[in-house]
Structure formats: structure tokens, C-alpha cells
Design a protein around this ligand. Structure first.
Ligand code: TXA
Ligand code: MG
Length: 310
């Protein structure tokens, strides 16, 4: 199958088929969130465990009303960050048309409005919430180009080409089902920026398994072992370096996340760098230290999961 047009992608979604779509964060494997058979095709194509819920994507904030219960904090965050890389987890409305499998049986629903222009056009054409996890085999590195999608899910997967993703990291997921807003996943909008709009600190869930099942799994992992906070080569080991700032000598290969040490630029290049250095002629991937401030926190979250997941 390979590449499809926007109109073909819309036809496929309305017919209950899956299609990979661009967003500003990562490519998503999309299906009609109101169609149980279509949603089942997402889980099957990814090899994803069915206890890990999916994000529903909408075109317009007015679509939220029928899906979730009203929440003034959600209204403020939506006004500030939508369209954009923020996902809100809210209580499902009584007659929410999104099938239970999207929520993996939870009584909450994760929703966002992506900012990629092609994604927004497509979602407006479809007019229904569209479920979309990252368009990769479960546990593997997320795709930020159409080529990554085809390499992970196979050349027969239909893909809408929207170019390389501008943000490059998944959305920040904020839980609003309880009295305190919770950070369920760091991502494309820095925690500090969200807290400034909310006027309060985000809590960190004690039991992440209950709050956001996806966070416990092996995730974002390349085939090669990852070595974090690497400042120099290890003797005798053929490692490729993901560099941040100046490049130390002596590594077998190198991919620059950001020569100037800019976290947003590094986020946009992170998954492409992991894909590029995951080579059979290397023995490992070394990653330079990345400061925790701003998007650095989300980058380090992904790198720690990728390193631990092996
Ligand atoms: O940027 C993104 O968010 C991308 C693009 C395609 O939109 N999507 C994405 O989806 O990263 P996925 O499925 O890879 O990650 C969804 C995250 C998981 O950590 C999942 O556990 C959490 O959101 N999640 C989804 N629904 C939830 C719910 N009802 N309660 C708690 N966490 C939820
Ligand atoms: Mg994912």
C-alpha cells in the first residue's frame, strides 16, 4: 500500500480501516475511535497489549463536550495549548461514543487536538474522534518520518506523508479525573509551562500503573543497548554517540541532537537519531548528558525507558 492521499486516508478511516497519519509529535496509527472493529485493528497492527489505552484525536474543542465531563482546568489548558502536544485525561461523558477498548476499560478518556495542518484537515473531514497511538510496533522507537512507519509496521501500511514531525516527542499527558492535576507522561510541552497556566503544581502519580498503564511498559527501545550520560568512548566498544552540544572524539559514529545544546531541537531529532544509530555494525548507542530543564525532562524520560526496557 504505502503512501495515500488525505482524501484516501479519510475514506479509509470512515470505512473502519487503519492508516498512519502525521502529527506534530510523532506519526500515529489512526482508526475511527467509535468503531470497535477498527480500534481492534490498531492493537493488532502494533502488537499492543489491550490494557494500554489510546488517545482520541479531535479537530475542534467543541467536539469535547459529548466525549468527556466538563472541567474548568481542561478549558484553560485547551485554550492555552490546543492545537498542540498536550493530551488531557478526563472522565468519560455518560453517552461517550468512543468505544470502551480505546479507554482499555477505564472510565476516563485521553483527548488531544494535534496541530499538524494535514492532521487537522483529515480530522475535520472525518468528523469523529480518531484513536491513534504512535505508529510503531509496541515497545519500539516512535516514528517521526513516514519511512520510520514503513520500517516498523511494514511496507503495506498506508501512510499519509506529512514530512518529518516538528516536535518529535509524544504529547504531555495530564490527568484531570481527580482533585489534583497529575503528570501522567512528560512530553512535547514542558511541565513548567503547563503549571504556569494552571497556577498549581502537577502531581506525580504514586501508582503510575493505575494512572497511565502505558508508562510501565518497555518503551521507545532500539535494538542496541543504550548507555546514558556518556562523556567519553569506552575502550574496545564500537558505540555510536547521540551528541548534545560539543562532540567528544573517538566514537565509531555520531548523530547530533543539537550542536548548540537546544532541548527543543534535540527533542525533534531524538527518535530520528535513535533510528539512525540502531545499526548492525555498531555494538551500542551512547547518549551525551542532557540537562533536565524544559523539554530535557521528557527527552530523559524516553531515554531512561529505552535503556531500561531491554
Ligand atoms: O503525541 C502523542 O500523544 C502521540 C500522537 C500520535 O498523538 N500518541 C501517543 O499515543 O503517544 P500512545 O498510545 O503511544 O500513548 C498514549 C499514552 C499512554 O502512556 C497511555 O497509557 C496514556 O496515554 N493514556 C491513554 N488513555 C489514558 C487514560 N484513559 N488514562 C490514563 N492514561 C491514558
Ligand atoms: Mg507510543
Amino acid at each position: 500500500m504505502g503512501y495515500v492521499t488525505r482524501d484516501e486516508a479519510a475514506r479509509r478511516l470512515l470505512a473502519g480501516d487503519v492508516v498512519a497519519i502525521p502529527t506534530e509529535t510523532v506519526y500515529g496509527l489512526a482508526a475511527d475511535a467509535t468503531n470497535a472493529a477498527a480500534v481492534a485493528r490498531i492493537y493488532a497492527a502494533k502488537g499492543r497489549p489491550d490494557f494500554n489505552p489510546l488517545i482520541s484525536h479531535i479537530a475542534d474543542p467543541t467536539q469535547l463536550a459529548g466525549l468527556t465531563l466538563p472541567d474548568s482546568r481542561a478549558d484553560r489548558l485547551a485554550a492555552a495549548f490546543w492545537p498542540g502536544p498536550l493530551t488531557l485525561v478526563l472522565s468519560r461523558a455518560p453517552n461517550c461514543p468512543v468505544v470502551a477498548a480505546v479507554s482499555a476499560g477505564l472510565d476516563s478518556l485521553a483527548v488531544r487536538i494535534p496541530s499538524h495542518p494535514l492532521a487537522r484537515e483529515l480530522l475535520a473531514m472525518v468528523g469523529r474522534p480518531v484513536a491513534a497511538p504512535s505508529a510503531n510496533r509496541s515497545g519500539h522507537v516512535s516514528p517521526t518520518t513516514p519511512e520510520h512507519v514503513l520500517a516498523s509496521l511494514g511496507p503495506d501500511m498506508p501512510v499519509l506523508d506529512g514530512g518529518p514531525c516538528q516536535v518529535g516527542l509524544e504529547s504531555t499527558v495530564v490527568g484531570l479525573t481527580g482533585p489534583q492535576p497529575l503528570l501522567l507522561r512528560p512530553g512535547g510541552i514542558a511541565v513548567e509551562t503547563i503549571e504556569a497556566v494552571l497556577g498549581e503544581r502537577l502531581g506525580h502519580p504514586q501508582d503510575a500503573k493505575l494512572q497511565s498503564p502505558g508508562m510501565l511498559l518497555k518503551h521507545y527501545a532500539p535494538a542496541l543497548p543504550l548507555r546514558l550520560d556518556a562523556t567519553a568512548p569506552l575502550p574496545g566498544l564500537r558505540e555510536g554517540l547521540l551528541s548534545f552540544g560539543p562532540v567528544p572524539a573517538g566514537f565509531a559514529a555520531q548523530y547530533s541532537l543539537s550542536a548548540s545544546g537546544d532541548a527543543a531541537e534535540a527533542a525533534a531529532n531524538l527518535y530520528a537519531g535513535l533510528h539512525a544509530l540502531d545499526r548492525t555494525d555498531l555494538q551500542g548507542i551512547a547518549v551525551a548528558p542532557i540537562p533536565e530543564a524544559g523539554l530535557g525532562a521528557a527527552i530523559n524520560d524516553r531515554l531512561r525507558r529505552a535503556a531500561r526496557g531491554r
